[in-house]
Design a protein around this ligand. Structure first.
Ligand SMILES: [Fe+2]
Length: 241
């Protein structure tokens, strides 16, 4: 197995299951009450568990966490960064205009639509075509069976389907997680009008985007170390389709 294939398949089945159980334990530390019950019901649903356990965070090897089980690692990295940036922002004199739980919730769910579409159709599938893997470095394709391919739309579809309530700040945070890399987020982050009605009214999306961006870059660095290269990369993209 070449080094890139080793990276893609770095977790065995036992480790993937353990990672998922650890994820559920962290969720129980970060949430409580009715929302935790609803989240646990969602993450313990068979098709969500099966698709999430193996989902990569991206499809191209040089993007970020392009390996089986990479999405859970990415989400946990974003949650960790979000908590750290929350403290950093506050200590540095920034005004925190949201609850920590809102930031953490948005961090946990900003890439929910990379698991599946809410109907059991996984977002990614393993690319079986050796020629395109070699040519394009694309180890995972997006699943053509999905009727809606938009990651954010699928994130909200899953949350709504499982009756998970979210605040408006969490909602905007999830829409804007990809920052100015996303056309949808630009409407909020770079409004065409300077009127107050168009302005972003919370710092949550800015902190979440920084957490996501840092996670993707650090994960890109980890990939290059894994394959024995030390160069930094501008790629390690936040998202891909
Ligand atoms: Fe992300």
């Amino acid at each position: 197995m070449d080094i890139k294939a080793k990276y893609v398949f770095k977790y065995d089945e036992k480790t993937l299951k353990k990672n998922y159980d650890n994820f559920l334990s962290r969720l129980q530390e970060d949430f409580s009450g009715e929302r935790l019950d609803a989240l646990m019901a969602m993450y313990e649903t068979d098709h969500i568990r099966e698709n999430y356990m193996i989902a990569p965070a991206s499809g191209m090897i040089y993007f970020h966490n392009c390996y089986i089980g990479g999405l859970i690692d990415h989400v946990e990295n974003v949650v960790r960064n979000a908590k750290a940036l929350y403290s950093f922002y506050k200590k540095s004199g920034g005004t925190i205009d949201f609850e920590l739980e809102e930031l953490v919730f948005a961090a946990y769910h900003h890439d929910l639509g990379k698991i599946e579409d809410g109907y059991g159709n996984a977002h990614y599938e393993i690319n079986q075509d050796d020629w395109s893997i070699k040519k394009n470095q694309q180890y995972f394709n997006t699943n053509k069976k999905r009727m809606i391919s938009d990651i954010e739309a699928n994130s909200f579809q899953i949350l709504n389907k499982f009756g998970i309530k979210y605040t408006q700040k969490e909602h905007i945070g999830i829409i804007c997680a990809d920052g100015l890399y996303s056309e949808d987020a630009k409407k909020f982050l770079m409004p065409k009008s300077f009127g107050e009605e168009s302005q972003l009214k919370t710092r949550l999306p800015i902190i979440l985007h920084s957490a996501d961006n840092f996670a993707a870059k650090i994960e890109g660095d980890e990939y290059y170390r894994f394959i024995g290269e030390t160069k930094s990369t501008l790629q390690s993209k936040l998202f891909d389709e």
